[in-house]
Design a protein around this ligand. Structure first.
Ligand code: 6PG
Length: 481
C-alpha cells in the first residue's frame, strides 16, 4: 500500500502533523535525516494509524502515491533549500512539495518560481497552533499554485481545526508566498496581542495593586467577555502558576527578556517596505528588543535616569473602575492592531497581485491558531457581504465598540504616562486612531520643511493636480515644480 502523504522532518511539529494525518485515516510515510527520530515516533505512536517507515528520501518518494505530496517540516531558511535540492531529482511532474514551516514568504515565492520551471508544485503553508494544534487541529494557511489545492486541500482540511460552524480552518489563500505571508502577519498580530496583554498585566499590578494570582481571576473573567481568546485564557494559567522552588508566582522568577524567532520582525520589515502603518506590531517587536537586547543599559538606566513622577500619583488605587478601564483599553487596542494587520494584508495583496479575502482569512483564525478568539468571528462577519469596510474599525459594530471604550482607553494611557509605566501598544494604537480621524495632520509641516531644505516639493489643498515649490533661498515666491 502506498502512502497519501509523506512527512520529512520529525521534530515535534512534523511528528504531530504526521500523527494528525494518520489519526484521520491517511497512510503516512515518515522520514527524518536521522532515523532515530522516525523510530522513536513509531515506537511511541505507531499504533495511532498507518505509517510507512523510510530511511532515505528515495524510499520516501517510492512509498508515495502520485502526485506525491511531501510535507517538509525542517527549520526555515537554508535547511528547506537543502531538502528541496535533494528531493527534486527524485520527483516527477505535478508532485507537490509542501513547506509547513515558518518560512519567509520571499523565500517561498522564489522556491515556487524555481520549482514551477521543473514542473513541481511548491506550496508554502502557514501552520499555526503550536505543538498541540499540529496534533489536534491547527489553523492552516496554504499558498502555492491553485491546482495544487485540488490534490492537497482535502487532506489539509481534514486535519485542520474546525470552527463552531463546522468549517475547517484551512482554505487556499492565493499563489506563491501568500500562505506564508498571511501566517507571518498572523504572528505579527500574535506579538501585538501578547504585548497588550502584558501591558494590561503590568498596569493592573502597578496601578491597581492586583497580584498575579488575583489577576488570574481577572483574566479568567475577561475571557468570558468579548476578549474571550486562547491567549487571555492561558494568561490566567501562567499568572496562577506558583514556582515550586521559591513559592513565589512563577511570573516573578521568569527573566523579563523576551525572545523572538523572526516572524514578527519580518512583518515589520515588510510593513516598512509596503508603507503599512502596523504600529502595534512594530511596538511589540521593539518592546521585545528593548527587554532583551542590552541588559546592562537597562541596569544603568535604572541608576542614572530620573522617573519624573510627581507626588501622590505613586499610590496604588484599588479601583474596580480602573480594572474595567484596562479591559476596555485592551479591547480597543486589540481592535486597532487587527485593523492594522488586515490593512497590511490589503496593501500586500495590491503589491503582490494576491486576491486576499479578509473574511476567509479571519475565518481561518477562528480556531486552531494562537490568536484564535471570539473577535475573529465578528471580524469575519464584518468582511462578509458586498459592503466590506475599507478599514476594520469602520464596521458599525466596531465603531460602537470603540466609542464605548474610548474614555477608558484615554484614561488608561494617561494614567500609564503619568505613572511612568510603559504601555507602548495601548498608546500607539490610540495615537494611530487619533491620527486616522484627524482632519489635518502635521505632515503638512513635514512637507514644508522638506521643500525648504531639499526642494522636495509639495501639493496644495486648493489644487489636486499641481506640484509646487517655494523659492526658499530666493524671493520666497511659489513656482510650479
Ligand atoms: C503559531 C506560533 C508559532 C511559534 C511562533 C513563536 O502560530 O503556532 O506563532 O509559529 O510559536 O513562531 O514566535 P516567536 O518565537 O518569534 O515568539
Amino acid at each position: 500500500q502506498k502512502a497519501q502523504i509523506g512527512v520529512t522532518g520529525l521534530a515535534v511539529m512534523g511528528a504531530n502533523l504526521a500523527r494528525n494525518f494518520a489519526r484521520h485515516g491517511y497512510t503516512v510515510a515518515l522520514h527524518n535525516r536521522s532515523v532515530g527520530k522516525t523510530d522513536a515516533l513509531l515506537e511511541a505512536h505507531g499504533s495511532e494509524g498507518n505509517f510507512i517507515r523510510t530511511e532515505t528520501l528515495q524510499e520516501l518518494v517510492d512509498s508515495l502515491e502520485t502526485p506525491r505530496r511531501i510535507l517538509v517540516m525542517v527549520k526555515a531558511g537554508a535547511p528547506v533549500d537543502a531538502v528541496i535540492e535533494q528531493l527534486v531529482p527524485l520527483l516527477e511532474k505535478d508532485d507537490i512539495i509542501i513547506d509547513g514551516g515558518n518560512s519567509y514568504f520571499q523565500d517561498t515565492r522564489r522556491r515556487e518560481r524555481e520549482l514551477a520551471a521543473q514542473g513541481i508544485d511548491f506550496v508554502g503553508v502557514g501552520v499555526s497552533g503550536g505543538e498541540e494544534g499540529a496534533l489536534l487541529g491547527p489553523s492552516i494557511m496554504p499558498g502555492g499554485p491553485a491546482k495544487s489545492y485540488d490534490a492537497l486541500g482535502p487532506l489539509l482540511e481534514d486535519i485542520a481545526a474546525k470552527a463552531e460552524d463546522g468549517k475547517p480552518c484551512c482554505a487556499w489563500i492565493d499563489t506563491d508566498g501568500a500562505g506564508h505571508f498571511v501566517k507571518m502577519v498572523h504572528n505579527g498580530i500574535e506579538y501585538a496581542d501578547m504585548q497588550v496583554i502584558g501591558e494590561a498585566h503590568e498596569l493592573l499590578r502597578a496601578v491597581a495593586g492586583i497580584e498575579p494570582a488575583e489577576q488570574a481571576e481577572v483574566f479568567e473573567q475577561w475571557n468570558t467577555t468579548e476578549l474571550g481568546s486562547y491567549l487571555i485564557e492561558i494568561t490566567a494559567h501562567v499568572l496562577r502558576q506558583v514556582d515550586a522552588r521559591t513559592g513565589e508566582p512563577l511570573i516573578d522568577v521568569i527573566v523579563d527578556a523576551a525572545g523572538q524567532k523572526g516572524t514578527g520582525r519580518w512583518t515589520v520589515q515588510e510593513a516598512l517596505e509596503l508603507g503599512s502603518p502596523v504600529t502595534a506590531i512594530a511596538e511589540s517587536v521593539f518592546a521585545r528588543a528593548l527587554s532583551s537586547a542590552e541588559p546592562e543599559m537597562r541596569l544603568e538606566a535604572q541608576r542614572v535616569l530620573p522617573a519624573g513622577i510627581g507626588g501622590t500619583t505613586e499610590d496604588v488605587v484599588h479601583d474596580p473602575e480602573f480594572v474595567e478601564d484596562v479591559r476596555k483599553a485592551l479591547y480597543a487596542s486589540k481592535l486597532v492592531s487587527y485593523a492594522q494587520g488586515l490593512d497590511m494584508l490589503t496593501m500586500a495583496g495590491a503589491e503582490y497581485g494576491w486576491d486576499l479575502d479578509l473574511a476567509t482569512i479571519a475565518s481561518l483564525w477562528r480556531e486552531g491558531c494562537i490568536i484564535r478568539a471570539q473577535l475573529l468571528e465578528v471580524i469575519m462577519e464584518a468582511y462578509q457581504g458586498d459592503a466590506a469596510p475599507a478599514n476594520l474599525l469602520f464596521a458599525p459594530q466596531f465603531v460602537a465598540a470603540i466609542e464605548d471604550a474610548l474614555p477608558s482607553w484615554r484614561r488608561v494611557v494617561a494614567r500609564a504616562v503619568e505613572r511612568g509605566i510603559p504601555a507602548p501598544v495601548f498608546a500607539s494604537t490610540l495615537n494611530y486612531y487619533d491620527s486616522l480621524r484627524r482632519p489635518r495632520l502635521n505632515a503638512a509641516l513635514t512637507q514644508g520643511l522638506r521643500d525648504y531644505f531639499g526642494a522636495h516639493t509639495y501639493r496644495r489643498t486648493d489644487d489636486a493636480e499641481g506640484v509646487y515649490h517655494t523659492l526658499w533661498s530666493g524671493d520666497r515666491s511659489e513656482v510650479i515644480a
